[in-house]
Design a protein around this ligand. Structure first.
Ligand code: HEC
Length: 357
């Protein structure tokens, strides 16, 4: 009995100490405490978010400062506006990911701000695991810039949580981020495995040479306003008009870097089965990758020193100036063929962001 009382006292003391640490001694930085999001869009926020989408779809990297200016004004007006906070985060992420378009040596400011806004967006709307997965990527980026093992671990664990909650989106995001690592690194092999599993979600018995797999890709028609919940991320849509092409370019690149260049060629070729392939602005880049796959094994493995300019043709997709727009850019033929009179507000509803069925 005495022993039990003793254990009880020790247990309470440990709990008390933990509560004390959490309440009085934990220091959160960057992200603020959880609060409720607002869905109401002011005129300011509507025009800032529309401007973001226009410029992002056009791939106008140089417009980033103006996009940020407009979204920041909207944020100051209403810091709970979920779309504004989310797009502020994504714009900073775009600035980091496609920094090859800029002459600046560092993206630290963008990486810090992206972590702030993804953090706030996630706290307000944890249902949107897409945000957690980008928060994870940005922590990995910040962790590696500041050589902070704790942050790297935190980012990696957030990535695994995101995969548990929305595998199809988050697995790609984590694998794509990790594709920068040396190919012999254990984590690069994990990234390959994540991509392989995703390929099997595109087609059962995935085999890029088989008619069945090719048929499955060609049957994936552009999403208009269909609400497919989480499975929507496999398709091309107004948000990512060339998602399928971008996915197979990224996966093909990773196979090539891994030395599996013949399989890489077959995977690249699957992009041709997308309904939107002919109107994709980066079709020629992919066709050249098919020709140069063998030579690209060594090219994709090369380490890129900070600030060094890369050529799209012989650099792994994530390290190029088209690392986001490969999926998100909307070409003029796209607009004329697939999106004439298209009203995206029917797609981007509240349930789209809350990821409701
Ligand atoms: C392989 C293709 C692909 C790549 C590469 C890619 N994305 Fe996406 N992105 C997607 C898909 C798919 C979605 C989810 C669409 C949905 O939820 O229906 C998405 C969603 C988004 C959204 C939508 C947010 C909203 O309001 O719903 C933004 C913004 C975005 N990505 C930005 C980026 C940025 C920045 C990069 C570069 C770091 C990037 N993406 C790289 C495919 C891609």
């Amino acid at each position: 009995m005495k022993k039990l009382i003793f254990i009880g006292i020790v247990f309470l003391a440990v709990c008390g100490w933990a509560v004390y640490q959490i309440i009085f001694n934990s220091v959160n930085t960057i992200t603020q405490s959880a609060k409720n999001y607002s869905w109401a869009e002011s005129t300011l926020s509507k025009s800032a978010n529309e401007y973001f989408w226009d410029q992002f779809h056009l791939g106008n990297y140089d417009s980033i400062p103006v996009i940020l200016e407009k979204l920041t004004s909207a944020y100051i007006n209403d810091p709970n506006d979920i779309r504004t906070v989310t797009h502020l985060a994504f714009t900073h992420m775009w600035a980091i990911a496609e920094h090859q378009n800029s002459n600046k040596t560092s993206t630290i400011e963008h990486a810090t701000m992206a972590q702030k806004y993804f953090g706030e967006s996630y706290q307000m709307n944890p249902r949107d695991t897409r945000i957690l997965s980008f928060l994870s990527s940005v922590k990995l980026i910040n962790g590696s810039i500041s050589q902070d093992d704790g942050l790297l671990k935190d980012g990696y664990l957030n990535g695994l949580k995101a995969i548990r909650e929305w595998k199809s989106f988050s697995a790609f995001s984590l694998a794509y981020t990790m594709s920068r690592l040396p190919y012999a690194d254990q984590k690069y092999q994990e990234a390959m495995e994540l991509m392989r599993n995703l390929a099997f979600d595109y087609a059962a018995n995935f085999n890029p040479k088989s008619k069945e797999t090719q048929q499955a890709i060609s049957e994936m028609k552009l999403l208009k306003n269909e609400h497919l919940s989480k499975d929507r991320v496999f398709y091309n849509s107004w948000v990512a008009p060339h998602n399928i092409e971008g996915f197979f370019m990224a996966y093909g690149d990773m196979l090539v870097k891994n030395g599996d260049w013949e399989e890489g060629i077959d995977v690249y070729k699957l992009a041709r089965f997308s309904e939107q392939y002919d109107s994709w602005d980066y079709k020629d880049i992919l066709e050249n990758r098919i020709i140069n796959a063998k030579a690209n094994v060594e090219m994709f493995r090369m380490e890129i020193p900070q600030g060094q300019k890369t050529e799209i043709e012989n650099t792994l997709l994530i390290q190029t100036k088209i690392s986001c727009r490969s999926c998100h850019q909307m070409s003029i033929p796209d607009v004329k063929t697939f999106f004439t009179n298209y009203d995206e507000s029917n797609l981007l509803t509240k349930s789209f962001y809350l990821v409701e069925k």
